[in-house]
Design a protein around this ligand. Structure first.
Ligand SMILES: *[C@@H]1O[C@H](CO)[C@@H](O)[C@H](O)[C@H]1NC(C)=O
Length: 292
């Protein structure tokens, strides 16, 4: 059944169909596994949508090539063009809105500090919008984003479990959300009791409004801090950059498939038109089918 140019389209689409399975599986796996501290789970949706779209389109191309249905192949090439354009747009968008901002390295700390003033642009405005922020911070709180930070050591004299000492805490790597939302900024000079309990006081080098926003109330912590918003932005940036790598690979595969499919489709039309009348007579009655 697979012959000549439509055969190539069929084979190429069978390959893209196979490629779409791991993409879709990966997206579903990511969203199922997304740890509950991640209030940005919606970011996994683009991967699932891309996977489903590629699957549907490659099935379309495969069916079109297999049964030599000309209109289906045309629709396939048309849809493919839009998917490539949309994917390109999405990649550019993801880079454009996450172009600025990163954590700051500070002395004697392994974790990075996050400051809202380091971020700018559309995404920052969206995340800082009071209505939107109240949703994100409520989600972080309900998901217990800071609960997972607790680490205990056994006190050698009493044998009881006590919070990890300050020097061990300072040597930890924290996620942007843990660093921004679960502890006061280091510049406040607060004294560590446990990960989410700090006593105020000490020397503040540069007064930071976040120091006043910090609360030892375990439902409050630094969820209203600028550093928390910055941590969320850093987290979005990280996942969008990761998604962009996948998108760029998919884009390259799709462009190659598109070029091959386009060339094969044109070729099949040419052969179609070159066919002697006698051979082609049967097909004239069924114009919707490609013929060789
Ligand atoms: C720190 O101590 C407070 C008060 O005892 C407690 O409620 C909180 O859960 C502790 N934080 C962590 C991360 O263990």
């Amino acid at each position: 059944m697979l012959r000549g140019s439509t055969g190539i389209i069929g084979v190429v689409n069978f390959i893209t169909f196979l490629v779409s399975i791991p993409i879709l599986g990966g997206g579903i796996w990511l969203s199922a596994r997304a740890n509950n501290t991640d209030c940005l789970r919606f970011l996994q949706w683009p991967i699932i949508i891309i996977g489903v779209t590629i699957m549907v389109i490659s099935l379309m191309g495969f069916a079109g090539a297999c049964y030599r249905i000309s209109w289906l192949l045309r629709l396939y090439l048309f849809a493919m063009f839009f998917v490539i354009a949309a994917l390109l747009g999405f990649i550019v968008f993801a880079f454009a809105v996450t172009d600025r901002g990163h954590g700051q390295v500070i002395m004697n700390r392994e974790f990075l500090e996050y400051q809202l003033s380091d971020y700018s642009g559309w995404l920052k405005d969206r995340v800082s919008e009071p209505g939107y922020w109240s949703k994100i911070s409520a989600c972080l709180r309900d998901a217990g984003a800071c609960k997972g930070m607790a680490r205990y050591v056994r006190d050698p004299t009493t044998g009881m479990l006590v919070p990890e000492p300050a020097n061990r805490f300072y040597g930890r790597h924290l996620s942007p959300i843990q660093s921004g939302c679960c502890k006061p900024p280091t510049s406040c000079g607060f004294t560590y009791v446990n990960e989410t309990l700090w006593t105020a006081g000490g020397v503040t080098a540069v007064p930071d409004p976040d120091c006043g926003r910090w609360s030892n109330n375990q439902q409050q912590l630094c969820y209203e801090c600028g550093s928390c918003k910055a941590g969320v932005l850093a987290s979005i940036r990280h996942s969008w950059r990761k998604a962009s790598v996948i998108n760029i690979v998919v884009l390259i595969i799709l462009v190659i498939v598109y070029i091959i499919a386009c060339a094969a489709f044109r070729n099949s039309k040419r052969i179609d038109n070159d066919e002697p009348f006698g051979v082609n007579r049967m097909t004239k009655a069924r114009p919707s089918r490609l013929h060789f």
